[in-house]
Design a protein around this ligand. Structure first.
Ligand SMILES: *Cc1c(COP(=O)(O)O)cnc(C)c1O
Length: 388
C-alpha cells in the first residue's frame, strides 16, 4: 500500500467548523437547581423561548426536565410543540397566547396559552364554550406596558360572576420591568398591584419573577418563578454577586495569520491604523454569526468616542478585535502572543469561561440576552456533561 496521505479526509464537523458552540448541560442543570434553591418555597419553572436562548430547545429542555422542571415557558406555540417530546408530562405555557387557527396545535401538544389581551380573552371564551374546560393562564400588566390585561380588566374578570364555568385559569402572571435594579419604587408598585390581582383570583397560582426577580426575595416568589437568562449563565441582576455557571462557549476558527507593518490599516474603511508591527489572526466569524458589527474594534459610528470593542481569548491571552467586524470574518490582534502559539485551524474563544458573556455584550453596547440568542445556524453545536 502506498503510504501517502489520503487526499480526502473525514473529520468530525465540530473539529473543523468555522464557528462552534459548546453547551455544558451539567452547568445548565446545576444552575436550575441553584435557582430552585433561591426560589425558596416556590416552584421553579424554566423559560426556553428562542430555542432556549439560542442553545437548543431539545437538549436544554430535556436537561431541565430531568433536573426537575415541570413548568416551561415558550414564546411561540411551535416551540411548545417541539418541546413536548422532551417534557412529556410538564406544563408548557405559551407566552404569546393563542390565535384563531392555532387551536389544534394547542390541543394536540397540550399547550397552555397565556392570554394577554381582551381580544384573546374573547376568542378563548368562545372556544371553551365549544370544546369545554381547558387550562389557560392570564397575564396581567402591572406597569410594563407590553402584554397583559390591564389591572382593571383583570380585577373585573376575577369578579365576573357571569364568566363561563369552563373558564379554568391555572396561572396568573405578570412581568417586572426593572427587577434588575435593587428595590426600585416601580418594582414595589408592580408587586403591590400583582398582590391585589393574585388575591382576587382565589385558588389560582401566581407567578411574577423572572431571573432577576428571584433575587429580590421571597415576597416576589409567589407560587412559581420563571428564570431564563440566569439558567444559561447570564447575569440577570445587580443583586446577583456574579452569574451562575457558564453554560455556553462560542469559538471561531483561525483561517489565516498574517504579519502587517506599523502604519497599515485593517479591514473595511481602514478605520484601524496599526501603531506597531503586528501579527493578525483572521477568524471565520462575523456579524452573520451574531458576532455583531457593534463589537468592532473601531469604525462603528454609534460607538465613536467610547472604549473599543470586544476581544477573544486564547491560551490565557486576550486578542482585541481590530477594525470593523465583517459579515463572515473578524481580525484579532495576536501580536502579544508568543510566536507560534496560535496557528491556523486553532479556535479562539469569543464567549465562554475566559471571556464572560456579559462583558462581551457590554463591549457591543448590548446585553447577554441579545448576544446569546444571536448565535445562529452556522454554529456547529456540541453538548457536554450529563443531565443531572
Ligand atoms: C423572557 C421572559 C422571562 C425570562 O426572563 P429572564 O430575564 O431571561 O429570566 C420570564 N417571563 C416572561 C414573561 C418573559 O417574557
Amino acid at each position: 500500500m502506498p503510504d501517502t496521505e489520503p487526499l480526502i479526509e473525514e473529520a468530525d464537523p465540530f473539529d473543523i467548523a468555522p464557528v462552534r458552540l459548546t453547551v455544558d448541560l451539567t452547568a445548565l442543570a446545576e444552575n436550575w437547581v441553584e435557582l430552585s434553591k433561591r426560589s425558596g418555597r416556590a416552584r421553579t419553572g424554566a423559560v426556553v423561548k428562542a430555542d432556549a436562548y439560542g442553545l437548543g430547545i431539545e437538549d436544554c429542555g430535556l436537561t431541565l426536565y430531568e433536573a426537575g422542571a415541570r413548568d416551561f415557558f415558550v414564546a411561540a406555540a411551535s416551540e411548545g410543540a417541539t418541546l413536548r417530546a422532551y417534557a412529556p408530562d410538564a406544563r408548557i405555557f405559551v407566552l404569546s397566547g393563542i390565535w384563531p387557527g392555532q387551536e389544534r396545535l394547542f390541543l394536540e401538544h397540550d399547550l397552555v396559552p397565556v392570554l394577554a389581551s381582551e381580544e384573546q380573552m374573547t376568542h378563548w371564551m368562545s372556544l371553551i364554550a365549544e370544546v369545554g374546560a381547558y387550562p389557560c393562564a392570564v397575564q396581567v400588566d402591572t406597569g410594563f406596558n407590553r402584554l397583559g390585561l390591564s389591572f382593571d380588566d383583570a380585577m373585573a374578570l376575577a369578579q365576573d360572576v357571569s364568566r363561563p364555568t369552563s373558564f379554568d385559569p391555572v396561572l396568573l402572571l405578570s412581568h417586572l420591568h426593572t427587577a434588575d435594579a435593587a428595590d426600585a419604587e416601580a418594582t414595589r408598585n408592580q408587586l403591590d398591584l400583582f398582590q391585589q390581582v393574585s388575591s382576587a383570583f382565589e385558588g389560582v397560582e401566581s407567578s411574577l419573577s423572572a431571573s432577576a426577580g428571584i433575587f429580590l426575595g421571597p415576597r416576589y416568589h409567589f407560587d412559581l418563578t420563571r428564570p431564563g437568562i440566569a439558567l444559561y449563565g447570564g447575569k440577570a441582576s445587580l443583586a446577583m454577586e456574579r452569574p451562575l455557571r457558564t453554560v455556553a462557549t462560542a469559538e471561531a476558527r483561525i483561517v489565516q495569520i498574517r504579519d502587517a507593518k506599523a502604519g497599515e490599516t485593517v479591514s473595511y474603511g481602514g478605520t484601524h491604523r496599526l501603531l506597531r508591527d503586528s501579527r493578525l489572526a483572521v477568524a471565520s466569524v462575523g456579524y452573520a454569526d451574531g458576532y455583531m458589527r457593534s463589537l468592532s474594534g473601531s469604525g462603528v459610528p454609534l460607538r465613536n468616542g467610547t472604549a473599543g470593542g470586544a476581544a477573544a481569548a486564547f491560551g490565557g491571552y486576550k486578542l482585541p478585535v481590530l477594525g470593523r467586524i465583517t459579515m463572515d470574518l473578524t481580525v484579532f490582534d495576536a501580536t502579544d502572543l508568543p510566536s507560534g502559539a496560535l496557528r491556523t485551524g486553532d479556535y479562539v474563544e469569543l464567549v465562554g469561561p475566559n471571556m464572560p458573556l456579559d462583558d462581551v455584550a457590554e463591549a457591543g453596547g448590548t446585553i447577554g440576552y441579545e448576544l446569546l440568542t444571536g448565535f445562529g445556524l452556522r454554529y456547529e453545536r456540541r453538548y457536554t456533561g450529563d443531565e443531572v
